[in-house]
Design a protein. Sequence first.
Length: 136
Amino acid sequence: MTPFSYPLTVQPADIDALNHVNNEVYLKWLLEAAGAHSVSLGFGMEKFLSDGACFVVRRHEIEYLASAYLGEELVVETWVKDMEAVRSKRAYRIRRLKDDKILVTAETLWVYINMKTGRPTEIPASMQEAYLKSNS
């Protein structure tokens, strides 16, 4: 399995009163990495809007293992664990590059919905294939 990599450098705005990355920032990075992965496969917001359906978050599970600090270079790695008819599980880890330490592990449950009704709708087979193939 080869995860999609989303590199970043910790910026001053990412730091909280305890002088490390704020927990909310990690969540933002997870969502950015998921979005970048989707765009890399041809599924950006334009495509979702034209199709009238998109993924929305049902649940996030995040485990904070270690802190990141100003100026550190990190990478968010993400991959789709599985896809069912209307839902998908995506996994993540955030690693610090200088020592390869895993700082965060996470999983998001995404549901594919019809934008007009807000109800779950089937994930197209071609989309399922593209996401799952990207893991290899």
